[in-house]
Design a protein around this ligand. Sequence first.
Ligand SMILES: C[S@@+](CC[C@H](N)C(=O)[O-])C[C@H]1O[C@@H](n2cnc3c(N)ncnc32)[C@H](O)[C@@H]1O
Length: 351
Amino acid sequence: MISFNKLKPALLEEMTEGEIVKCLKELSQAFTQSRHKIDDVYASPKHISSYASFYLPTNMYKMAFLLKQLPNELIEGIKNSTVVEVGTGPGTYLFGLLEELNCEMTSFIGVDHSPLMLKQAEKIHQSLYPCSDITWRSDIPKLPGRKTYIFGNSLNEMGHYTGLKLVNRNKADIVICIEPGTKSSFKEMSSFRSGMIKDGYKVIYPCSGEGECPIIKLDEDDWCHQVVRTKLDDSIERLSQLIKLDRKTMPAIIHVYTKDKVENNRKYQVVRLVKNIKHAFLWEVCFEDAGEMKLVRIELMKKIYKKKEVKALESMSTGYEIDFTIDKKIESNHWRVKLTPEVLEKIVNKK
Ligand SMILES: C[S@@+](CC[C@H](N)C(=O)[O-])C[C@H]1O[C@@H](n2cnc3c(N)ncnc32)[C@H](O)[C@@H]1O
C-alpha cells in the first residue's frame, strides 16, 4: 500500500504538515456538513493535494478488502475489461486495483469533472505507476469490448439517477461502488440497487440475492454498510491523529453488480457485530431464503474458540461472507451457531 511519505513528491503542491492538517479538516467538514463547499475544495490545489495525501491511501484499503470478498471469475472479468473509475479524484481505486491485482494488461480510464483532480491523478501516475496504461479524462469515451465501472465516493455526489444513466448508456459489464458508509449515502445506494436490478443486473456483493433489503423493511432509520478494519502506515496514522479522524475503522457501502454469468454463492453476510459480551459474540447476518432476504441474530460462544481465534473475531471487519452450523434456534431469528473451520481459518488468517 502507498504511504503518505511515498506520495509526498507526487503531490500537486508542496505543503507543510500544518497546512495539510488544516485542509483535511476543511475537507472533512465539506464532506460531512457543508456539501455546498465541495466544488470550492475541488478547485483548490492545496485541498486536492491534501485529499491525495490522506484519503487516497486509506480508501485504497477498501478495494483490497472488497477483492478478497469476490469470486475469482469476477476478478478475471475485471482484469479482462477496460476499467473506468467515474469520479476518480486522484485516481484512488484505479491505483488500488493496480496495487492488488496482477493486471499489467488491463487498460484504465480515470474520469473526473475536476481538472485539478485529474492533474493530481496524472502526477501520481507518472511518478508511481509510469508503466501502467491509464488515460485521464473529463468524460467517458465510447468504448468497445468489456467494461468495468467503479464509482468511488462519487455516486453520493452525482446521485443514483446519473449513475444509472451512465451505466446504461455505456453498457457496463461489471459495476463496483465504494461509497461512504452513511445513512444518506445508503438512501442513494438503495435506489441505485433497485435501478440496477430493474435493468437486469445481479447483485454479487454484499447481498446473496436480489430480494428487498430486510434492513430497510425492519427499520427505515437503519442502514446496511460494511466496516473495513485495517492497520495504517505510521505516516498516515500520524495525519489521522492530527485531524482526529479514525481511518483504522472505516464504514463504507460497497456494492458489486454484473450481467456476467457469475454464480452468487454467498451464504450469510455479516452485517453488524452487534455486541461483544463476556461469553459470546452477537452478530447480525443477512441471507436469502426462498427468494426473500432475511436478517438473523447469531450467537458465537467464545469458549469453543482458541485465544487467537477470539482475538481475530474481535477485530474482524463486517461485510464478510460466513457459513456455520446451527447448534440451537433460540428464537426464529436468533440462533446459536458454530463457524465452519474454513471460515474460521479465513478470518484468522485475514484472507
Ligand atoms: C470524494 S471524491 C472521490 C475520489 C475517489 N474516487 C476516492 O474515492 O478517493 C469525488 C470525486 O467525484 C467527482 N465527481 C462528482 N460528480 C461527478 C460527475 N458527475 N462526473 C465526474 N466526476 C464527478 C468529483 O470531482 C470528485 O473528484
